[in-house]
Ligand binder design. Structure first.
Ligand code: ADP
Ligand code: MG
Length: 319
């Protein structure tokens, strides 16, 4: 690399430390951090591999944003307040323009949520980005996948299927054009505010990364319940509906991944609490179905109930 490893870290990945709980940041063998007392540390890690999670040539500023966003989304789904992140980067070379844009996208999103980059690793090889995110959640407030109860409503933040449409556009699978879809795919907004509001309120929560059917399926399995979704209630933007029509497939939005919306369940008795807190979400929120005793996932459409394959989401090692 023309730019040495340490120079690269100093130039692009050594933001000024702002959080009082960061005792020592990037530059030593370890970061030194002060955990919030009385809270649980929530931690998660996700890797984005070129050609698997993003297309070659993806705009680096958007890629920096997304690499962090998908991890903050996991914290949001747990109801945790994000605090610190580390970044392990494997780069084919030290392209300064690429690094400038990537670090900008990454650090802008971090700043916006008061999250601090406190360390990482930098190596040479095929482009791969690993982010670990850490945050805090009250002991009894974390939203697990296992808490959904029979009769609970099923809710979704934001809109569904746009990122999947964005991917089909990028892959040339549709003549449709939609900036909203491309933006959703490349620049998802982690639902952190919604997650913080829902902590201690929702009975279960997950972020939709592999497709609603698959991710809701994880809640159903962990909770030992089933569900019926109401297709008509799904928050589908007009271009996603159009794409469903073109494909002749109403299940497209249920299979499409990468939306990074929160899917959560809520006991009926808490509905009025949710209604009162909705203005704090910073995004829309829609009731899309109901948890039931009968196992499996179903969809109601035009008075018919059809079974959905919850295993249809994206899995890396399935053939
Ligand atoms: P060591 O060899 O002791 O593991 P490194 O040479 O890998 O240390 O890293 C030096 C310092 O720079 C460490 O504080 C490390 O956390 C930080 N660091 C390395 N790469 C990154 C990166 N991509 N983003 C943020 N911090 C980084
Ligand atoms: Mg190292």
């Amino acid at each position: 690399m023309a730019l040495g490893e340490f120079e690269l870290i100093r130039s692009f990945f050594s933001p000024p430390s702002r959080r009082p709980d960061v005792v020592l940041t990037v530059g030593d063998d370890c970061a030194l951090l002060t955990p919030a007392s009385g809270q649980l540390l929530a931690t998660t890690v996700d890797t984005l591999v070129e050609g698997v999670h993003f297309l070659s040539g993806t705009d680096p500023r958007r890629l920096g944003h997304k690499a962090l966003a998908v991890n903050l989304s996991d914290l949001a789904a747990m109801g945790a307040r994000p605090a610190w992140v580390t970044l392990a980067l494997t780069l084919p070379g030290a392209d300064e323009a690429w690094l400038t844009a990537f670090s900008k996208g990454f650090l802008e999103l971090a700043d916006r949520h008061g999250v601090e980059l406190v360390g990482g690793d930098t190596t040479r090889g095929p482009l791969s980005i690993t982010v670990q995110a850490m945050g805090f959640v009250g002991r009894d407030k974390a939203m697990r996948r296992s808490g959904a109860g029979i009769g609970d409503g099923i809710y979704l933040t934001g809109e569904l299927g746009l990122a999947g449409l964005g991917l089909d556009i990028a892959l040339g699978r549709t003549p449709l054009r939609s900036d909203a879809a491309t933006d959703k795919l490349e620049r998802p907004e982690p639902r952190i505010r919604a997650g913080l509001v829902l902590a201690g309120l929702a009975s279960a929560c997950i972020d939709v990364s592999d497709g609603l059917a698959a991710d809701l399926g994880h809640i159903l399995k962990a909770s030992g319940v089933g569900a019926t979704l109401d297709w008509q209630a799904l928050p589908l933007p007009h271009e996603v509906k159009r794409h469903c029509e073109d494909l002749g497939d109403v299940t497209f939005p249920l299979r499409a991944g990468d939306d990074y919306e929160l899917c959560f369940t809520l006991p009926e008795a808490r509905e009025s609490d949710l209604a009162a807190l909705l203005p704090e979400f910073g995004c829309a929120c829609t009731r899309i179905g109901r948890i039931e005793r009968e196992s499996g996932l179903r969809m109601a459409l035009n008075g018919e109930i059809r079974a959905l394959n919850a295993a249809a989401g994206y899995q890396h090692f399935s053939s």
